[in-house]
Ligand binder design. Sequence first.
Ligand code: ZN
Ligand code: ZN
Length: 249
Amino acid sequence: MKISVAGYWGAYPEKDGATSCFVLESEGEVMLLDCGSGAVSALPHITPLEDITDVVVSHRHHDHTADLGALVYSRIVAMELENSDESLNFHVPKAEKDFFEVFNKEPFSKVETYEETDQLTCGSVTLSFMKTDHPVPCMAVRLQEEKRSIVYTADTVYSPELAAFSEGADLIIAECSFYKGQDAARYGHMSSTDAGRLAEEADAGELWLTHLPHFGNHNDLIREAEGEYSGYVQLAFRGLSKEYEENTR
Ligand SMILES: [Zn+2]
Ligand SMILES: [Zn+2]
C-alpha cells in the first residue's frame, strides 16, 4: 500500500495549499481519506482525478469535506467526456447521513454510510475505525495490509483508547493543531506533545504531523513531539508519501 499527502492544513488552506486529504493506493485502487478545501486542485500532483473510486470521510467539518462537491463535478465532466465510467463512492459516518445526502448524485456519485464496527477495503488493505473525541461524530482509521499498518487520527483529543487503536502502527498520521502547552483538548484537537505521546504509547514506527496550525513555527512542532516520542517525526507536506511492499516487515 502507498499513502500520500494531498492536503495537510487545519481549518483552511494557505495559498496554493489544501486542508486534510490523503491518497491511499493498493493493487491499482485509489481511495481518498477526507477531501478538504483545495484538495481537487492538489490531487492531480498525486493521482489523476478519474482514478479515484472511493472517498472515506472522517467527519463533516468543512476542512475535511469542502471539495467533495467539486470532486463530484470533476466526475460529471469526466463521464460526459467518456474519460471515466465509474461512480465515486463516498463513505460517511452513519450518524451524519443527512448532512452528506447532497452528494448523492447517481450515476456520478453515491453516498454509503459506515459505523465504527464496520470494515472497508481498498485493494488488499482493510480499513477499520474508532470513534474519536471531537465535537461532531468523527472516525480515526487504521489501514492494515498483511503485517503493515498506518493510522490516520482524523480530528481528535488524545486518548489512551486511540493509542491502543494505533498499537504497533508502522506510521501514525496525527492531527497536530496546537503547540506544546496550549489547551488543544478544549477545541477537540491534539497538540504536538499529544501527537508525540500517542506515537510513543502506540510504539509506532514513524509519526507525521498534519492538520497544521496557521501560527507559530512548524519546526517547533517536530521538536515538541520528539520530546515525547523516540521515533522519527516529520511534518506532512503535499507529495509526501510512504509505500509498503506486501509481505514485508
Ligand atoms: Zn473537525
Ligand atoms: Zn479538521
